[in-house]
Design a protein around this ligand. Structure first.
Ligand code: GLN
Length: 237
């Protein structure tokens, strides 16, 4: 039984948005918290259920166009995620989940569909599917190493003045404007799959630190070696 002080990780709509192993983001957060002695509780919220307001880190993943539209409708009707973010929760939204956070996104015929308005972004269907490896240099204000992952999406995303780009695209398409992802407050949106937090442990630590403060360093030598091998291979291709 987790204690009241356990870090609450909320995985939103595994029944709708769970492509490309994005659920692994929850496992990475759990693992990196637990290695530091922080107790965790992970809540899987199916789309028929209300989104709890008292979570610490919310995660939402990628998905196909129809489930993406359903997820946006249900999140808007539910309102729990909005209340959680207003209370200061952190969030990582990936691909379809990222697009949903904005004002609008492209549906299965390219029609505009309402998002849930948690980020000042709007998405639409782009000229071609973006598929492949993504490499991006993170906004210096966040102090994170180069991001790596892969992308698979039709949508392109325009950022409004209420968000900052998460990173500058070095390889791949990302938002489609030379940048990849965005952030505002403690909410991060990205096109990175991988899962993103497995490929970028520093991003996992940023989300954790927003909830628990300074984190003890971990020995990541093995992961860092893999990251460097992958980065040099992708950048050379
Ligand atoms: N359906 C969205 C798009 O194609 C998101 C795809 C995804 O989540 N991989 O842009």
């Amino acid at each position: 039984m987790p204690s009241d002080s356990a870090l609450r990780i909320v995985w939103i709509y595994p029944d709708l948005l769970s492509t490309y192993g994005d659920q692994g983001n929850a496992l990475v957060l759990e693992h990196r918290a637990q290695r530091r002695g922080i107790e965790t509780e992970t809540i899987h919220v199916r789309s028929a259920d209300p989104v709890p307001e008292t979570g610490d880190v919310y995660l939402i993943g990628g998905g196909e166009d129809r489930p993406q539209i359903l997820a946006a409708e249900r999140l808007r009707r539910d309102g729990g995620l909005h209340r959680a973010i207003a209370r200061g929760a952190a969030m990582l939204a990936v691909c379809a989940g990222y697009q949903i956070m904005g004002s609008t996104f492209g549906g299965e015929e390219g029609q505009p569909v309402d998002g849930i308005g948690l980020l000042d972004i709007s998405s639409a269907r782009g000229p071609a599917r973006a598929v492949g490896e993504l490499v991006a240099e993170v906004d210096a204000a966040l102090g994170l190493p180069t991001l790596t992952g892969f992308e698979n999406h039709m949508g392109v995303t325009r950022l409004g003045p209420g968000v900052r780009p998460l990173s500058k695209t070095v390889k791949g398409v990302g938002n489609g404007d030379g940048f990849e992802g965005c952030y505002a407050g403690h909410v991060i949106g990205t096109y990175l799959h991988g899962p993103a937090l497995a490929r970028n442990p520093a991003l996992a630590d940023l989300l954790l630190s927003w909830r628990v403060g300074d984190l003890a360093p971990l020995d990541d030598t093995r992961y860092e070696q893999l990251r460097q091998e992958r980065l040099s291979t992708v950048l050379a291709s």
